[in-house]
Design a binder for this molecule. Sequence first.
Ligand SMILES: C[S@@+](CC[C@H](N)C(=O)[O-])C[C@H]1O[C@@H](n2cnc3c(N)ncnc32)[C@H](O)[C@@H]1O
Length: 355
Amino acid sequence: MSNPLTEAKYTKRVITTHPKQDADAYSVSEFTQTQCFTTPLTTTGLVTDLQTHWQYYKQVLIQLPTTDTQILHNGKGKVTLKTHNRSNSKLHTKIDKKYLVPRTAPFLHRLGITTSQGEVKKSMYGKYRQINKFVEILSTTFNQGDLSDLKLYDFGCGKGYLTMAIHHYLRAQGHDGIETIGIDLKESVIESNRAIVAESGLDNLTFTYSDINQIEMDRGSVLIALHACDIATDIALHKGIKSQAKYIIASPCCHKQVRKSMSHHVITQPITQHGILLERQAEILTDTIRCLLLESAGYRTDIFEFVSTEHTSKNLMIRAVYTGNKKDNTERIALLKSIFTLSEPQYLEQLLMDR
Ligand SMILES: C[S@@+](CC[C@H](N)C(=O)[O-])C[C@H]1O[C@@H](n2cnc3c(N)ncnc32)[C@H](O)[C@@H]1O
């Protein structure tokens, strides 16, 4: 739903189907100028949603695999309906133009994202979009001058979707000196990733079975840590800081350590008494302290939403670029900790104290 009338709360609303999910077969993403909020929808919820909101938008576009239907509404009661056919080949051309990792890349097929004909499987569009969004973020972060001989470490790489995607992209851009290492605790996943690398002809990409605690990074590399669980993100950030990584890209997962050490305080109790708000507050507090610590170590940081919550609710990304300009954030961190009465230091802080 786009082209909002004055009564509309959002600039755009996008409803997506998730045919593989039983309970919430749909989700709705509501866009403001700066944000996107995504919530699941049941089939009954979908009907109510459409009946409630369609009238506030001048255009409602319904895209099916082979047809587009437009409901055009002038805001004064006149409604026009237009339907036209769309060929699948047109859909794929659109996808190829928009995405940095081509759907024909062999590793995508081995990972089960595309068919043997190089078409993205319907159920895998979300994953394909996520991979491309990640590659886009990294490609706009890196300074071209740094790319001739860079080493990338992906800590807690899991099935290696993103490790393979960024490596494939950079190599395809002609950066032959790039070396990428994916590290994970799960042996079976590492074995499977190695087999995919061998079958897909991805040079200079290796997968290592190890605890990230055991890894020593080369100085001035790139650190990626996506959805590494709880304090694994802190261990990864610490490794990055210690080795003065040029770029650190982390998408934090759960924030248990800070949540458990937050006690109710008279000022914050109205927030922390609610389980979900306590969880979100712990998330905000943890990632704020992480950014402040990165700044103290000479990094410029920003934090933003990486993909829509339609794919994952863990969608914040911390991006840190080494500048050497160290800020003294000691007092700001101490103040935050006292407001939220943390019984122990945030884990990255502890690691930095111990070093
Ligand atoms: C949620 S998965 C994310 C996988 C991948 N980064 C992604 O975003 O698709 C988290 C991964 O981190 C790994 N992990 C957690 N703690 C780790 C540690 N200390 N050392 C190595 N891997 C770890 C887990 O085995 C798991 O595969």
